[in-house]
Design a protein around this ligand. Structure first.
Ligand code: PRP
Ligand code: URA
Ligand code: MG
Length: 222
């Protein structure tokens, strides 16, 4: 596994297979003329696909069951350990419904980080995490990875709270090469799951030829 970006191989980077379905959904998200209600519907579809994809990177352990056919035993697996979803507010919150749909009763933490609109520097406001977060596998959710500043700030808060770096999976939709380099060179033990690798950033540090401001389009604050 792993993925190569601009000649560098990142073993911890997992890009979802570019299926026809995913390409159609991503094209709709990148269309500036996509009507808002269609955009939110499509974003929810992609978020669900990405949460399902990321769950594949959680550890499993052997689990034996008795089948209903002649009571024969079957050697299967089950997830090992407990998880928590942590969203980088706001855009990351859009992935919470997808996680709740896949994992019943999942705990959810939040880290509020906002990029300064002028400098694109992240600013930290607050975090609310379950008290036992350090013992859990964390699905850190943010659909956009641009400079990587917001994700790095959130990573700092998780590590401060005692979470093991190797227990963190970053669930994402669009990642820029700059963001990948910044995040994975500082935190090589995490896993990053994304739907697409973008070309790069424009002069305002927005991801080029992409979907624009995810938070603004999802929550209707354009
Ligand atoms: C966006 C996005 C990421 C961040 C990515 O959040 O959701 O959190 O920017 O950019 P970076 O990698 O350069 O830090 P924003 O601060 O716009 O907040 P929002 O989710 O409320 O829109
Ligand atoms: N945040 C977004 O939502 N989009 C970008 O292109 C960059 C940061
Ligand atoms: Mg935003």
């Amino acid at each position: 596994m792993g993925y190569q970006v601009n000649g560098v191989h990142w073993p911890q980077l997992h890009v979802h297979q570019q299926t026809a379905q995913l390409r159609c959904l991503m094209t709709a998200l990148c269309d500036k003329h996509c009507p808002p209600s269609d955009w939110v519907f499509t974003a929810d579809r992609v978020n669900r696909i990405m949460v399902e994809f990321a769950l594949n990177f959680l550890p499993v352990q052997p689990h034996h069951v008795i089948t209903p056919v002649d009571d024969e035993p079957l050697s299967g697996v089950k997830f090992a350990g407990r998880i928590v979803g942590v969203s980088i507010v706001r855009a990351g919150e859009a992935m919470e419904t997808a996680l709740r749909s896949c994992c019943r009763n999942v705990r959810l933490g939040k880290i509020l980080v906002q990029r300064d609109e002028r400098t694109a520097e992240p600013r930290y406001y607050m975090a609310k995490l379950p008290t036992d977060v350090a013992t859990r596998h964390v699905l850190l959710m943010d659909p956009m990875l641009a400079t990587g500043g917001s994700a790095l700030m959130a990573m700092g808060k998780l590590l401060e709270a005692g979470v093991k770096e190797s227990n963190i999976i970053f669930v994402n939709v669009v990642a820029s090469p700059e963001g990948i380099r910044n995040l994975l060179s500082k935190h090589p033990a995490i896993q990053v799951c994304t739907a697409s690798i973008a070309e790069g950033l424009n002069s305002q540090k927005y991801i080029r030829r992409s979907l624009g401001d995810f938070g603004d389009r999802y929550f209707g604050t354009l």
